[in-house]
Write a protein that binds this ligand. Structure first.
Ligand SMILES: Cc1cc2nc3c(=O)[nH]c(=O)nc-3n(C[C@H](O)[C@H](O)[C@H](O)COP(=O)(O)O)c2cc1C
Length: 345
């Protein structure tokens, strides 16, 4: 394959991992005297992307969310103009460490789906590369410790630079396709895209430590946070990229595990009661399982949003605020280290 004449790296990043990888790719391009631009699609306006020039290599990089690229990235790729250029698809995913072994994250359907979108637009895929950066999903697991974060940066820096040299020499790279079992995750990825992400968007709260600096509202890549009752409120368009939580200068943003657990418990009790009191619900569930599951989910999400709205307003009372904050795992030191990609790499 020909060597590129110019490189454009389109990047979306919540906590800096994908931006870091884009920066490393740009550094190698610079060392080789190749013109290279990194375009942050998180901060772009809705203006359509420009048509790529002849000889321009396109690189896309973004985190994996729910075994797929996040909606922001997918929408961007769908809007991308048609072309015949070569494309490199990259992602950063949840790397962890056991001893000196980096446990890989899971790409799921991200590469298959986006490669298909781009090929249908006329592009040629040159390479696919997943980079196992430190996981940023601290709503789900305790934040990684500093030595682990440093080690993962060091190892990935070497790997990405090797990869970049290979790509800029015009060589292909498709080792990720060996992870073909990822395709089995299609139903889970669809479940996350159509359902899970909306649920997650309603799990963030701002504690009394919030001083209304407005940084989370400004920096949110999908403008999902607004002020309600004079406190940040997360709308359904939140993509849980963790930017707000990780960059809040007052560390005031929490994942409200306790309130979610209470709601889920209440919901399950309600379901048991409904099934025992209204037999027709049971019959319909057996007869139309998918429709009933969908209806149940929509009611669940609706009630959960109402619950979130109530909690949000009740948090103006100190006692409720303290209960919510102290039942949030992210509030505690053993769990809630905030994660940001390291500047020094
Ligand atoms: C809501 C959410 C969902 C995630 N889902 C996955 C996943 O399915 N597979 C995976 O390997 N990593 C997953 N991760 C981890 C991130 O993809 C990973 O930490 C990534 O490097 C973050 O990149 P960023 O700093 O550029 O946002 C998820 C993180 C979040 C916040």
């Amino acid at each position: 394959m020909d060597k590129p004449e110019k490189i454009s790296i389109y990047c979306f990043s919540g906590t800096g991992n994908s931006a870091k990888v884009a920066g490393w790719m740009q550094e190698v391009a610079g060392e080789r005297g190749l013109p290279c631009e990194v375009i942050n699609i998180g901060s772009r306006t809705s203006a359509p992307p420009e048509k790529p020039e002849h000889g321009e290599l396109l690189v896309f990089t973004s985190p994996i969310h729910g075994f797929n690229y996040p909606p922001l990235m997918l929408k961007f790729l769908l809007r991308f103009p048609r072309g015949r250029n070569r494309v490199v698809l990259m992602n950063t995913r949840a790397g962890m460490l056991i001893g000196k072994f980096i446990t890989p994250g899971v790409t799921g359907i991200a590469f298959y789906l986006t490669a298909l979108i781009l090929v249908l637009k006329g592009y040629r895929i040159q390479a696919l590369k997943a980079v196992d950066m430190p996981s940023n999903w601290i709503s789900l697991h305790p934040g990684l410790n500093h030595p682990t974060v440093v080690y993962l940066h060091q190892r990935n820096l070497e790997r990405v630079k090797r990869f970049a040299n290979r790509i800029y020499d015009g060589k292909p790279f498709f080792r990720c396709l060996l992870e073909v079992y990822d395709l089995l995750l299609l139903p889970v990825a669809a479940g996350y895209y159509f359902i899970g992400r909306f649920f997650l968007s309603k799990t963030f709260v701002a504690s009394a430590d919030c001083n209304l600096c407005g940084k989370c509202l400004e920096a949110c890549p999908v403008k999902a946070i607004k002020l309600v009752d004079n406190r940040p409120y997360w709308t359904l368009s939140c993509e849980s990229c963790m930017h707000c939580m990780s960059y809040c200068p007052s560390k005031a943003i929490e994942s409200c595990h306790g309130s979610v657990a209470l709601f889920v418990l209440g919901w399950n009790l309600l379901m048991v009661w409904l099934l025992s009191q209204i037999p027709v619900v049971k019959e319909w569930s057996a007869e139309f399982p998918f429709l009933m599951w969908l209806a149940r989910y929509l009611v669940f999400l609706g009630l959960f949003s109402v619950w979130y709205y109530l909690i949000h307003h009740l948090m103006r009372f100190r006692v409720v605020e303290r209960m919510i904050v102290f039942s949030s795992l992210t509030h505690f030191r053993f769990w809630g280290r905030r994660y940001r990609a390291l500047k020094k790499f």
